[in-house]
Design a protein around this ligand. Structure first.
Ligand code: NAD
Length: 373
């Protein structure tokens, strides 16, 4: 299952397997690329059916983090971790403390955070053992819930799309079809409404539907499968991945696709199809980077204003990607890759010793540790 061949082809620097039988810990950390800084990416806890499946997932996810940090202008590399286990039954303080000690042994090369199956309480256990963790509770000096910041980044990306497609960055008078009004989708709807946009939405969770009814009374609900047929200006996927595919593209009436979900395109070639159909696609891993930007500044002292200023840059970066797409006549998803790859390549030319000092300056490890829970 494991091969250096595979690591070479995907560009990974390091893969570490951690085990602690006394608490059932089986974890894999993949550090993809640290050219720009320490590798930051969440830990996912999932009942993988095989170790091979876990390894494939962590290799794929960590590479994605390199691109996300690079395109967002962050001084961070890409990494990710998976813990093999069922989050409903296999969690314990001992497991996360053991995991935290292993992360500590990586000496700052990898910084972890929340991902699927991990809660703030789990992060607190990890934080008891290592500074190399972010997304900790506000009372411990962390940044708290990332959803409003992720939504802000998506909204800035949406404004850039509106500027490019409709000639004004305002969403006023535009109809946005939102798929999924969970943590991020709900916050995004509030921003769209504030700017004067009209919302059509769907969800499968009654509680989340009810929340929209209470807060945005004039938003219109449609059944989940009908969201692709809505007569709208912007389609905002904020639920699961792969909602842009061969079946849905012919139905989408929007001129813009811009939402929070990860991996919105089922396959890369769907970006080409969108370009051919003149549907402007905002690359997901850039416009949903607000949450990553928000946690990244925990190491220099988190502040709401600092976070918002950083997230506002998503507007300009989105427009830059559209320019690359036009100049090179390539789809926008590919243009985002080009921007990320170019930055990493340029930074590789700077000597490692210089980068090492810069990283140490930006991530002063010893300052944040809390010793008591
Ligand atoms: P969430 O679970 O809070 O919300 C997702 C919502 O989508 C839920 O209300 C769920 O019921 C709904 N949903 C699921 N399947 C659906 C379907 N078939 N049709 C309609 N609705 C459906 O998750 P979230 O934190 O809001 O994240 C949303 C997306 O954004 C995810 O893809 C996530 O990976 C991505 N994302 C989130 C963050 C963040 O800060 N939370 C950051 C980056 C990317």
């Amino acid at each position: 299952m494991f091969s250096f061949e595979k690591l070479y082809s995907m560009g990974h620097e390091q893969v570490v397997f951690f085990s602690e039988p006394s608490c059932g810990l089986k974890a894999i950390v993949a550090i993809h690329d640290t050219t720009l800084g320490p590798a930051l990416g969440g830990t996912r806890m999932w009942p993988y059916t095989s170790e091979e499946e876990a390894l494939t997932d962590v290799l794929r996810l960590s590479k994605g983090m390199t691109y996300k940090a690079a395109v967002s202008g962050l001084n961070l590399g890409g990494g990710k971790a998976v813990i093999i286990g069922d989050p409903k039954v296999d969690k314990s303080e001992a497991l996360f403390r053991a995991y935290g000690r292993f992360i500590e042994s990586l000496n700052g090369r990898y910084i972890t955070a929340e991902d699927v199956g991990i809660t703030v309480d789990d992060i607190d256990h990890i934080y008891a053992e290592t500074n190399s963790v972010c997304g900790v509770a506000i009372i411990h000096g962390g940044s708290g819930n990332p959803a409003p910041y992720t939504a802000l980044g998506v909204f800035r990306g949406m404004q850039a799309c509106a500027m490019k497609k409709f000639g004004s960055k305002s969403i006023a008078g535009k109809t946005v079809a939102v798929q999924g009004v969970g943590a991020v989708g709900f916050e995004l709807c509030k921003l769209i409404k504030q700017d004067g946009g009209t919302i059509v939405y769907t969800d499968i969770n009654e509680k989340n539907i009810q929340r929209i009814r209470e807060h945005i009374e004039d938003a219109t609900y449609v059944e989940p499968d009908k969201i692709f047929d809505v007569d709208c200006d912007i389609y905002a996927p904020c639920a699961l991945g792969a909602s842009v595919n061969d079946e849905t593209i012919p139905r989408i009436k929007a001129g813009v696709i811009c939402g929070a979900a990860n991996n919105q395109l089922k396959e890369d070639r769907h970006g080409t199809i969108l370009k051919q159909k003149d549907i402007l696609y905002a690359p997901d891993y850039l416009i949903n980077a607000g949450g990553l930007m928000n946690v990244s500044i925990e190491f220099e002292g988190w502040a709401d204003s600092k976070s918002r200023r950083m997230i506002n840059t998503i507007y300009d970066t989105t427009l830059k990607i559209f320019s690359i797409s036009d100049e090179k006549d390539i789809p926008t998803n590919r243009a985002a890759d080009v921007l990320a790859e170019t930055r990493i390549k340029q930074m590789k030319d700077i000597s490692n010793s210089f980068l090492g000092r810069a990283v140490e300056h930006r991530f002063p490890g010893q300052k944040r540790r809390h010793l008591l829970r």
